[in-house]
Design a protein around this ligand. Structure first.
Ligand SMILES: [Zn+2]
Length: 252
């Protein structure tokens, strides 16, 4: 059953003329980043900071309590940036073969890019991109991580802002347009670590004029049937099988 679906997905991907991948936020968990919905993590964070992750990652929290924001941001977010595992590497291989044309991602750890993908639209930005809020000088992640308290610009001593979309903020317009344009060109859409009912998917499906949607997600949802091929499982395990072909001894 599983092997059959993997073959179907492989066929659809290999036969595609413009494959675009839409990557959900959960990709970061598959790549070793912290799972902020794990009940133990939720408890520890609240205990340690007196606020939830969601509260501290909110734009209004950043604006009103920058010291507390950066304490949490440096100790938790920047300490768990994960590493691009088998999922992102398989995507990079598809791009290298000229099959995958673009990755549109919702996660903020540049996993697709770090895995080797070149054409990536990071809808919610990246923790690896940091900029002075005043003179727009750019800074690496390490600079922010090492700074005491709020990281300040060397030139003008204003706060450096991580170029990520905080809760309550609008996604950058240029990125939204770029993503929509790529999806319009796609004939096959590969959805990873997201479900059909998520805003990320419903928003972008409006632009899709192709004929096949492939969904790979560990969690099951009743809306999954809206996709043409659905495989439930970890992307890091499933995608390499699709990209490199399944070995004989894996097929049961
Ligand atoms: Zn500056």
């Amino acid at each position: 059953m599983m092997a059959n679906k993997i073959n179907l997905a492989r066929q659809a991907i290999m036969d595609s003329s413009y494959l675009v991948c839409l990557q959900g936020h959960n990709t970061s968990m598959d790549c070793g980043c912290m799972d902020y919905r794990d009940s133990n993590v939720v408890y520890d964070i609240e205990e340690k900071y007196g606020y939830s992750s969601e509260e501290m990652f909110h734009a209004s929290f950043y604006n009103t309590r920058p010291e507390q924001f950066f304490k949490y941001y440096k100790q938790e977010i920047l300490e768990h940036t994960g590493s691009p595992g088998d999922g992102p590497h398989a995507l990079a291989e598809l791009e290298k073969q000229g099959i995958l044309k673009c990755v549109v991602t919702r996660e903020i750890f540049s996993l697709a890019r770090r895995g080797g993908c070149k054409n990536v639209v990071e809808l919610h930005g990246s923790v690896f991109s940091n900029m002075c809020s005043h003179c727009r000088k750019e800074y690496p992640l390490e600079y922010v991580k090492k700074a005491k308290g709020v990281p300040l610009c060397e030139e003008c001593h204003r706060p450096i802002r991580p170029q990520v979309c905080l809760v309550g903020e609008q996604v950058d317009n240029a990125r939204v347009t770029e993503a929509a344009e790529e999806i319009e060109k796609a004939d096959v859409l590969l959805l990873l670590d997201c479900s059909m009912n998520q805003k990320l998917v419903t928003t972008h499906l409006k632009y899709f004029e192709g004929n096949k949607v492939i969904l790979i997600n560990p969690a099951e949802h009743f809306t999954d049937t809206r996709a043409d091929i659905v495989i439930h499982g970890k992307v890091s395990e499933i995608l390499p099988k699709i990209v490199y072909g399944e070995r004989e001894d894996d097929e049961k």
